[in-house]
Design a protein around this ligand. Structure first.
Ligand SMILES: [Zn+2]
Length: 291
């Protein structure tokens, strides 16, 4: 039946067949092409998605790192603020460690924190009796001149005499009461602020220790004299130091006094002299009035 019909409609059937044939021949190519295109698209998509996921990961990781940075900042701020908070609490220990580092900076001679002992109101730093603006003596402390200091001076004066230098004590031991009167006169004359630069308040004078002497001329005119130069060179050989050196005013709390010597004993005086430090620096202490 088809044939007949087919004959009748041979033209159309033939056309259809040709078309079918063409379709048949086209189909495999199209399928191959389609598959190739699909593969290409698939590859492209997967590539894109791979690339995209990479960048997303990168972005995410960069975001994460930013977050971690900001969180680090927060940590730092937190630790900084916690440090700030802990500062007042550990102020004393910080001060101590500062003193420690200061004294360690000032030389091998005072490596450790100063050993400060107060016995009957008298302060000893590393065994050395100290009277300065920070450390005072009791009003009733009246030792007089220390015999060792006196004999050391006598020896020094004899040594100086051999070099043609005449040394004499202008002011030795001074009691609390004497210093009180002296300081009061200076305050009345120059005012307290000025007086504090050259005269000790009662209880703070090294003269009350009995281990300090003012030699020869108690005035700036003494500086540069043969006597002052001899002292500068040789005092340590007899156990004395120039207690208030030039350029150490801020540390000792006093103007340069080339005439004021302090007895420390030969060994210590030698060490302080060699260090080039004033006594406060050498011991790692300060000299400042509390008020
Ligand atoms: Zn003096």
């Amino acid at each position: 039946m088809q044939r007949n019909n087919g004959y009748r409609s041979a033209g159309t059937t033939g056309q259809k067949r040709r078309v079918r044939k063409r379709r048949r021949t086209i189909r495999p190519r199209a399928i191959v092409l389609g598959v190739v295109i699909l593969i290409i698209i698939a590859v492209a998509i997967s590539w894109k998605s791979l690339f995209r996921s990479d960048t997303v990961e990168e972005q995410q990781s960069s975001v994460q790192s930013e977050q971690s940075v900001s969180s680090t900042d927060e940590n730092m701020q937190q630790s900084a603020s916690s440090t700030d908070e802990s500062v007042p609490q550990s102020e004393a220990s910080t001060g101590e460690s500062e003193q420690q580092s200061e004294s360690s900076v000032t030389g091998e001679l005072s490596e450790s924190e100063p050993d400060i002992q107060v016995v009957d109101g008298i302060t000893y730093v590393n065994g050395i009796l100290i009277a300065n603006k920070s450390y005072s003596l009791p009003a009733d402390y009246n030792p007089g001149v220390l015999p060792e200091a006196q004999s050391a001076f006598d020896e020094m004066a004899a040594g100086a005499a051999k070099d043609g230098i005449n040394l004499y004590i202008a002011s030795g031991f001074r009691s609390y009461e004497y210093q009180q009167g002296l300081y009061q006169r200076y305050v009345e004359r120059d005012g307290a602020e000025m007086a504090d630069t050259y005269s000790a308040r009662p209880g703070h004078s090294e003269h009350q220790t009995g281990q300090a002497f003012d030699l020869n001329e108690i005035s700036d005119a003494f500086a540069g004299t043969p006597e002052a130069e001899w002292l500068e060179k040789h005092a340590h050989e007899y156990g004395f130091i120039i207690r208030y050196p030039a350029d150490k005013e801020d540390i000792t709390g006093y103007n340069y006094e080339p005439w004021h010597v302090r007895y420390l004993g030969k060994e210590t005086a030698e060490k302080v002299y060699e260090s080039g430090l004033c006594l406060e620096e050498y011991l790692g202490i300060d000299s400042v009035y509390a008020d």
